[in-house]
Every structure is written in structure tokens, then in C-alpha cells.
Design a protein around this ligand. Structure first.
Ligand SMILES: Cc1ncc(COP(=O)(O)O)c(C=O)c1O
Length: 414
């Protein structure tokens, strides 16, 4: 006979025997980018005039024709029901068409899985491909979610650091030096979060051919594909090494291009067997993505590009202002980013100093002093596997951008 006491959590899990949270989940680091954003918003709410450079999201509203499509979708009862896990057929088709246009290879709807944002596509890509102990070559600076997603899938990230002197892009020799018998995949992110670096067709061809030769999976995160500047072309690895089609997953989403971060629509494009396996996983995790958001994404992908061009022009203007201003900060070295909406200065020259009574040794400490003393929020490089750097998003108004960096100049120049 069981009593209420027998069934209590304390009886089942004596505290002395195990922690309350599993080892797998308690080892996940909180997202540093979201943490900086939350701190900045909390300080703002407390009345401090904080200028946030932390957010990785456009500051524009979603274009009107996309919002209208969602409004229409809400009234259609077909959208009130479960729909296929892999995505609405019209959206899979729209993603396939867009990928065919951008990448030059014909993509079929059966090669597309619609996910809850690009983030779920990242998580599911590793979960679907990795077995325990598999290694993933991860060029650093990297987007903060990748190592966590790799580890959650039982894999191990092997970081390959490329500094500002290399334009933040790893050489083939560096990658080859880190390859082992356990290497299963390489992650590519171009244009890059956090550096804004864009890989050239030649670099991608070289790395793609090497991956093919060694039987590595390529996971290519192309979520910033529409955001390049200075006539820098976006290149998809599949367009330069089409033979990789059976061993490449391309990840993307509507968040960054269409100012749709809150709508949560992303995708994974890959060989049909991997897409079917990932879809099976998703069917037990989240099922279909919200139908209203999927309808909005169809309008985004099939609609006019003018609103997107206008946003890109604004980002480009702010990018140039950002580089010009950051270059005036004593101790900062600022490579010019050619994609995404981030600048990633090397700040080693500003470390090892006293700033307003605080000794600053690391970029985390520097970010904290800048937040407290200049009321400016930037994300420390530690979050991206690159201590000694700061990430500044330029997805904020021109006025705030200028004022914010002027405050940093005043703080570090004093
Ligand atoms: C490189 C990269 N990939 C994927 C994502 C995921 O985007 P979302 O889940 O908002 O679609 C982000 C968001 O910051 C990103 O920077």
C-alpha cells in the first residue's frame, strides 16, 4: 500500500542521492545575449537611460503585407487545427523556391522542414545527426546557441578560433588541424553572428570540397543570407560544391530578413531521409509551427522585396556609422563587417586598465563597466567563444547608435 508520504518527491528522490535538475539540463549556460538584453531592459524600466546594443533583432515592425496575411489567416478555421508537422505545403514550397533562387540548386518541398524559428532548426540538426562522442568543428567566434545544441545532442564542439587579423574566418589549415576520426560535421555561419563576416565563394568552395573529401556533414546556417553590404555577394556552400547536396543541412528563417523575430518561423533544408527523421523528432516535441505564423511567412517569402531592401539600406547606413564611431574608441580594433547587423571589435587594447576606479581585465568586466558607467549594453565576447571582444548590434536607431558609442568614447577616452 502506498501512502501520500511514499509518493512525495522527497521519498522518490532523496536529496542526498541526486540533484533536482538533471546533469544534462543543468549544464546548459543561459543565453548571454538574452541576458544582456534583459539586464538592459530592467535598467531602462528602472529609469536609467540605457542604450541597448545587445539585441539580435531588427528594430522595424514586420512589413504590413505580412501582418495583413496573418490577420486574414486568423479568420480561417482551417488554421485553427493541427497541420502537418513538416509544415504547410505552401510554405515548404515557398522555402524550396526561395532556396532554389538563392542557392542555384533545385530544392523540392520534401527537402524542407518548417521549425519554430531557426533556433529549433539548429537544435534538431544536431539532434538528428550526432551520436554520443561525435565532434563538430565549430569556427569561433560562434553564435552562442551552437555549443549548447551540440552538447544537448551528446556531441562535443571543437572550436577553431579565427581572430580579427583573419577577418574572423578560419583557414582550411586550421580546420584540418582540428579534424579527428570522431569529426562528424562542420558548422558554417555566413554571414556571421557575431562578427558580420561573410565567406567568399572561394573560401566556401575550398572548405566544402574538403568536407566532401572527408565525409563530413556541413551544417550551413544561412539565416542572414539577405543581409550583405558593399556589394558583397552571399554564397551558399551548395552553390559552389553541389556534390554536398546529400550531406548538407541548410538552416534559415524569416526572423532577421523580414523583421519577424517574434513570429517564430524557421526551416531546415536537407536530404529527404534527414528531413523525415528530424520531422519525426519534431512531431514529438512541438508538432506543427503555429499556422498563422506560417501563413505570414508564406506572404513574406512570396511577397515584394522592397520593404526588405529599405531595411537593408538602413542597416548599411548604421553599419558605416558604427564602424566609424567604434574606430574612435581607444583600444578598439574594428574590422568592417560586410553582413548581418553586428560589429565585433577586438577590445584587447582596452583591457588591463583602471576605468572609473574598477580594474578591468576581461571583456566581461569591460561590458559590465560600460553598462554601469556609460549605460550602454554590449555583449562580451566570452558568450561567443572569443574573450577580448564585444558585440555591438546595429539594429537600433541612428540617434541611439551615435549617442551610445559617443558615451563609450567618453568613458574609455577619459
Ligand atoms: C546565426 C543565427 N542562427 C539562428 C538564429 C535563430 O533565429 P530565430 O530562432 O529567431 O529564427 C539566430 C538568432 O539570433 C542567429 O543569430
Amino acid at each position: 500500500m502506498t501512502t501520500a508520504d511514499d509518493r512525495s518527491p522527497a521519498a522518490s528522490f532523496p536529496a542526498a542521492d541526486r540533484a533536482r535538475i538533471s546533469r544534462r539540463i543543468s549544464s546548459i549556460a543561459p543565453s548571454a545575449t538574452l541576458a544582456v538584453d534583459a539586464t538592459a531592459k530592467a535598467l531602462k524600466a528602472a529609469g536609467r537611460p540605457v542604450i541597448g546594443f545587445g539585441a539580435g533583432e531588427p528594430d522595424f515592425p514586420t512589413p504590413a503585407h505580412i501582418v495583413d496575411a496573418a490577420r486574414d489567416a486568423v479568420g480561417d478555421p482551417a488554421n485553427h487545427r493541427y497541420s502537418p508537422t513538416a509544415g504547410l505545403p505552401a510554405l515548404r514550397q515557398a522555402v524550396a523556391d526561395s532556396a532554389t533562387r538563392m542557392g542555384g540548386l533545385t530544392v523540392e518541398p520534401g527537402q524542407v522542414l518548417i521549425t519554430n524559428g531557426g533556433k529549433q532548426a539548429v537544435y534538431q540538426a544536431f539532434a538528428t545527426l550526432l551520436d554520443p562522442g561525435d565532434e563538430v568543428l565549430l569556427p569561433a567566434p560562434y553564435w552562442t546557441t551552437y555549443p549548447e545544441a551540440i552538447r544537448l545532442a551528446g556531441g562535443r564542439e571543437v572550436t577553431v578560433l579565427a581572430g580579427a587579423d583573419q577577418g574572423y574566418l578560419p583557414s582550411l589549415a586550421q580546420l584540418e588541424a582540428s579534424r579527428t576520426d570522431a569529426t562528424r560535421a562542420i558548422l558554417l555561419c555566413s554571414p556571421s553572428n557575431p562578427t558580420g563576416a561573410v565567406m567568399s565563394a572561394d573560401q566556401l568552395r575550398e572548405i566544402g570540397q574538403w568536407a566532401l573529401e572527408h565525409g563530413l556533414w556541413v551544417i550551413s546556417d544561412e539565416i542572414y543570407q539577405h543581409l550583405t553590404y558593399d556589394d558583397t555577394p552571399f554564397t551558399s556552400v551548395l552553390s559552389v560544391v553541389p556534390e554536398l547536396v546529400d550531406s548538407t543541412l541548410v538552416l534559415g528563417g524569416v526572423a532577421k530578413t523580414y523583421a519577424m523575430t517574434g513570429w517564430r518561423v524557421g526551416w531546415m533544408i536537407g536530404p529527404e531521409d534527414v528531413i523525415a527523421a528530424a520531422s519525426n523528432l519534431q512531431s514529438h516535441l512541438t508538432s506543427n509551427v503555429n499556422n498563422i505564423a506560417q501563413r505570414a511567412a508564406i506572404a513574406a517569402l512570396n511577397g515584394p522585396m522592397e520593404p526588405i531592401d529599405q531595411m537593408r539600406e538602413a542597416f548599411d547606413r548604421r553599419r558605416r556609422l558604427m564602424v566609424q564611431k567604434l574606430s574612435q574608441v581607444p583600444g578598439f580594433t574594428v574590422p568592417t563587417p560586410t553582413g548581418a547587423f553586428y560589429a565585433f571589435p577586438d577590445v584587447h587594447g582596452a583591457l588591463g586598465k583602471e576605468i572609473r576606479g574598477t580594474h578591468v581585465e576581461t571583456s566581461t568586466e569591460l561590458a559590465a563597466v560600460i553598462l554601469q558607467e556609460a549605460e550602454v549594453a554590449a555583449v562580451p565576447g566570452e558568450a561567443f567563444g572569443a574573450p577580448g571582444h564585444l558585440r555591438f548590434s546595429y539594429a537600433l536607431s541612428d540617434e541611439d547608435l551615435a549617442e551610445g558609442i559617443d558615451r563609450v568614447i567618453a568613458l574609455l577616452g577619459s
